[in-house]
Ligand binder design. Sequence first.
Ligand code: HPA
Length: 273
Amino acid sequence: MTNSNQAIKEAAAYINSKSNIIPEVGLILGSGLGILAELIENGVTISYQDIPHFPVSTVEGHEGELLLGTIKGRAVVMMKGRFHMYEGYGPETTAFPVRVMNELGVKSLLVTNAAGGVNTTYEPGDLMLISDHLNMTGTNPLIGPNDADLGVRFPDMSQAYSRRLRALAKETAQSRGFDVQEGVYAGLLGPTYETPAEIVMLRAIGADAVGMSTVSEVIVARHAGLEVLGISCISNMAAGILDQPLSHGEVMETTERVREKFLGLVLDVIPQM
Ligand code: HPA
């Protein structure tokens, strides 16, 4: 039921009853960028728990609110707090908000995340434009009967991450005086960080970064025909690269350290999306 067209429409209708904004850009911002919420103008905040059929976030520090408003004149809808499969949600549940965003009128989606650097030339603090992903979750949000109103049965994923938006983000970064990496994001279930052996495997199969979100959201976005821009903040080197344990503390520290840079890029890109 949660993912039926009717549930999507009921969620969107509730949101529309609370806000006059018709958003064009959807934002799902990972750890560290929630502060962008404060920069939304003319904003309306809606608690996830008030939206029919919406899942409720369980992770500490991830708030459960949907914000609608404008950023530099662009109408946006932003998720403050996203859903991860490691919380126990199915892939279709983690991506339900993307379907609702689509129903609200969104044409393009910006997703960001914190990720471990698998590519050894990367450094913590680098920003990586996602050029493609490896879905290593072992599942897919589109499993089950396909509703043709939501998209085709077998969606093309050959350009899941828009070339146009990547070029735009790269130029924007350069005009702000820094360079970005571009690479492949491997999405795993978590919640454990990977073993060193898993990182060796991921590198061998073409991953540049690894994380625990994003892939199901992007699959559903592409199913709905949304143009996607994905940006990872390399928050740590992946397991086994450095002789030190991984911790959520390190991830938070790095995302905090590069927040201004990341925020500046995102703020400049949104009006052009
Ligand atoms: N692995 C998986 N997810 C992550 C990592 C990592 O090293 N860093 C931040 N999110």
